[in-house]
Design a binder for this molecule. Structure first.
Ligand code: FES
Length: 130
């Protein structure tokens, strides 16, 4: 882990002082944000005022915040198997409201809405796969 990837918490974000924070980038988003290891990525995003991942129940049940981790280390809390099957989880899919970084993360949205946006940006030529 480099100093660029982790900082000690000093910004009053709610994480205890000394909790490592990590840079979170979401593919296609205008801004990145930092997230402490004991705060869910979705919550850190909201606290930072960034709108990069759809927000729903914040409790692991609706699937709105489904992402795919493209790179980086992380752990997850309990997630609905309706939205993240075991095979999906092994492939890097997670719910951002149950995702806790252990290093800098690169994320991609993995919802049907995100797939539809990619199709629209591509002028309708891209398939609906995520
Ligand atoms: S916001 Fe509902 S599952 Fe994450």
């Amino acid at each position: 882990m480099s100093l660029a990837d982790a900082e000690l918490t000093t910004d009053g974000s709610g994480a205890p002082a000394g909790t490592p924070r990590h840079r979170i980038n979401v593919e296609g988003a205008a801004a990145s944000f930092t997230c402490a290891e004991d705060v869910a990525v979705l919550i850190a995003m909201e606290r930072a005022g960034v709108r990069a991942i759809p927000v729903g129940c914040r409790g692991g049940g609706c699937g709105f915040c489904r992402v795919r981790v493209l790179s980086g280390r992380y752990v997850t809390g309990r997630m609905s198997r309706e939205h993240v099957a075991e095979a999906d989880e092994r492939a890097g899919y997670a719910l951002a409201c149950r995702l806790y970084p252990r290093g800098a993360l690169e994320l991609a949205l993995a919802t049907e809405v995100a797939a539809a946006r990619r199709v629209l940006r591509a002028g309708g030529r891209e398939s609906m796969q995520d």
